[in-house]
Design a protein around this ligand. Structure first.
Ligand code: GLY
Length: 339
């Protein structure tokens, strides 16, 4: 088992990574907590040890769980069960559940402790760590939320063995991203759709922990975690394309490499390295058919990062960093290479 510390002074916390990490849960519940609310979904095939004495609250499956009415429902159930500020929430699931469970914990009695048990690859390497919690509005995703750090995170890598393949690939998109932000063990030569092991998960968690510790509230450096995400969000907003989040991130990573090459920030060899990493995980690097270039460019302008013109997170001589004011011709031309 590897334990990685997210170093945030009095809000620091451990991330336990490895097979059977779930067995740590009992020890991680604070001794003064008398009640535990387990937030999960019907589709999550994992439960916690009943001796933990939990109130289980199931939120709807899928992204529809990320709503204020679900938060109200959770808080009312905890109130009915007599939860106090000493008690604890345990979110057991993927990114939706950790976002919802974390936000409920952030607002219940103005903030109680919570622990994430991440059951998907995407949650283990990304969503369960970092303290961004929140829900969607009809007007857009993650528009209401809070920075609220968990007190511990469990990434039991045995849970990944039963993940549906598309769910797994979605996590691989985020794993691919970390190859360009830090040091991640290479995928075995010649393998496609390589199954990552606990060592790879731990390497990704270490990179995320370091970035969050350096910039908890995304004042600067934390933006690099959005590598590949500007195009991914635009594809997701354009909608109706059968790509999971991490698959869209993979296309976004290929795109970021093409834009960086056109700006003279990286060499042809480095672009090839991007494609190697993506194909090593059997991830897509081309746009789904039918996506309109002008619609994508318009969506780039509406991106939260587009404060001074379109901003993309790009690789370069000093590593990955946000780059502003990129010429539309370059953006359009690079989209053309992904067709
Ligand atoms: N909860 C995900 C993050 O903070 O990045």
């Amino acid at each position: 088992m590897t334990v990685i510390n997210v170093g945030l002074r009095d809000r620091s916390y451990p991330v336990h990574v490895g097979p059977k990490a779930l067995e740590m849960l009992g020890e991680l519940i604070p001794s003064e907590a008398r009640r535990v609310a387990v937030i999960t979904q019907e589709s999550i095939p994992w439960s916690v040890d009943p001796s933990i004495g939990a109130l289980t609250i199931k939120v709807p499956d899928g992204e529809s769980a990320k709503s204020l009415s679900v938060i109200e429902d959770i808080c009312r159930k905890m109130t009915a069960a007599g939860f106090t500020r000493a008690d604890v929430v345990v979110a057991v699931g993927g990114g939706v559940v950790t976002d919802v469970g974390g936000f409920a914990a952030a607002v219940y009695h103005r903030g109680i402790r919570f622990i994430n048990v991440a059951t998907t690859l995407l949650a283990q390497v990304d969503a369960a760590i970092g303290g961004k919690t929140g829900v969607n509005l009809v007007e857009g995703k993650n528009l209401v939320g809070a920075f609220w750090q968990p007190t511990a995170v469990i990434c039991d890598t045995e849970m990944l063995t039963t993940l549906p393949i598309r769910e797994y690939r979605s996590g691989l998109g985020e794993v691919a991203k970390y190859h360009f932000l830090g040091s991640v063990p290479a995928t075995p030569e010649g393998s496609t759709g390589a199954v990552v092991d606990a060592e790879v998960v731990a390497a990704c968690v270490q990179i995320k922990a370091d970035v969050v510790a350096a910039d908890e509230r995304e004042g600067g450096r934390r933006a690099i975690l959005n590598y590949g995400h500007t195009l991914a969000h635009a594809i997701e907003t354009a909608g109706a394309y059968d790509l999971r989040h991490g698959e869209a991130v993979a296309v976004g990573i290929a795109y970021a490499a093409e834009v960086a090459r056109r700006l003279g920030r990286i060499s042809d060899e480095r672009v090839a390295e991007h494609h190697q990493v993506l194909s090593g995980y059997d991830l897509p690097s081309r746009l789904p058919r039918g996506l309109d270039t002008e619609e994508l460019l318009e969506l780039f302008n509406r991106d939260k990062k587009a404060v001074q013109g379109v901003t993309l997170v790009l690789d370069g001589p000093d590593g990955v960093e946000p780059v502003t004011g990129i010429d539309t011709t370059i953006l359009r031309d690079a989209l053309g290479t992904l067709r």
